[in-house]
Design a protein around this ligand. Structure first.
Ligand code: GAL
Length: 318
């Protein structure tokens, strides 16, 4: 087995079994000394769903989990939330959509709570699915899906603040406007603490992070699997108001987010100044071969910069 010694954005990324990592639209959880990378397992056949405008898709397999202590070498922990082939009514039936899984640990209940965009193949169902587990590596028990406070929800993420409060961010109103809703203490229900942001601006693929006292969000425009320009915004509170700051990407193809789309931003364990941005380089004709673009997030004179670098390693933060 060859060890990975650097991040190679856009290159195939093999797990410790030598197989390509299947964790698209993912997120990162640091728990008890280990990083867990969750994402969509898209290791199936591509086809066009003609129900609505020829959407490229693979049938739902489930949410994968990988573990690592160095962020470079990942052990496959398996599919921790599986599709349900025998139940056509289930949100998790292979014919449906299961995207952008996000997992956080609830410090009060000790449960690991998984949120994901669940949908029908035509993207009309537009809900958030919720599942829980006693361990990061699952199995996750599916609790069901919600339209948070009655709102349609497609691309989504969850942000957990230092004080334990957690917020859903989701593209709503047919993707035109982003909604933000605080979760209750158990992280299982939305509260009435909510706001709308980027009204009529059609933002999706939200990735939310905090640095110092500022909150940031990176999002994409709405062009399906095809890349477009990323946009950064900042706020003093997760509920906003959010101020648009422009494109944080620098380097070749920065105007199309290095041929990729935002998924998640996370700090290194024990170093809140060192953050990594995770992007997906989708391959819509062969979604299982979509690649990962991870890059360091820089704070330069109070500005957030994400520069193309290939290869790179964690000494970039020294
Ligand atoms: C993108 C979205 C992806 C997926 C895709 C389907 O805009 O960010 O998560 O839903 O559309 O076409």
């Amino acid at each position: 087995m060859t060890l990975n010694t650097s991040f190679r954005p856009g290159q195939p990324w093999l797990d410790t079994d030598g197989k390509p990592i299947q964790a698209h639209g993912g997120c990162m959880l640091f728990d008890n000394g280990t990083y867990y990378w969750f994402g969509e397992n898209k290791d199936g056949e591509n086809y066009l769903d003609e129900s609505k405008g020829f959407l490229h898709r693979v049938d739902v397999i489930g949410v994968s989990c990988y573990s690592s202590t160095d962020l470079l070498n990942w052990k496959n922990e398996g599919v921790v939330l599986r599709s349900e082939p025998n139940n056509p009514q289930s949100d998790l039936h292979p014919s449906k959509v299961l995207e952008r899984p996000k997992v956080i640990r609830n410090p009060k209940t000790g449960k690991y709570v998984l949120f994901a965009h669940v949908d029908t193949a035509d993207y009309e169902y537009a809900c958030i699915g919720i599942a829980i587990s006693d361990k990061p590596t699952g199995p996750y028990i599916y609790l069901g899906s919600i339209r948070p406070n009655g709102n349609d929800s497609r691309d989504m993420t969850v942000f957990q603040d230092d004080d334990g409060s957690a917020f859903l961010f989701f593209s709503s109103e047919w993707n035109k406007t982003l909604h933000i809703i605080q979760l209750d203490n158990e992280y299982l229900r939305p509260t009435q603490n909510e706001s709308r942001a980027f009204i009529g601006q059609s933002r999706e693929a939200p990735a939310v992070f905090k640095h110092g006292r500022k909150y940031y969000i990176i999002s994409s425009g709405c062009t399906g699997w095809d890349p477009n320009q990323a946009e950064l915004a900042a706020a003093d509170s997760p509920l906003g108001p959010w101020t648009v700051l422009g494109n944080p990407c620098i380097g070749p193809n920065a105007d199309i987010t290095f041929h990729a789309q935002s998924a998640y931003v996370f700090p290194l364990a024990g170093n809140s100044n060192a953050l990594i941005a995770m992007f997906d380089r989708w391959n819509k004709d062969n979604l299982r071969d979509s690649r990962y673009v991870w890059l360091p997030v820089r704070f330069e004179n109070d500005q957030v910069k994400i520069r193309w670098q290939e290869p790179w390693d964690l000494t970039a933060f020294k």
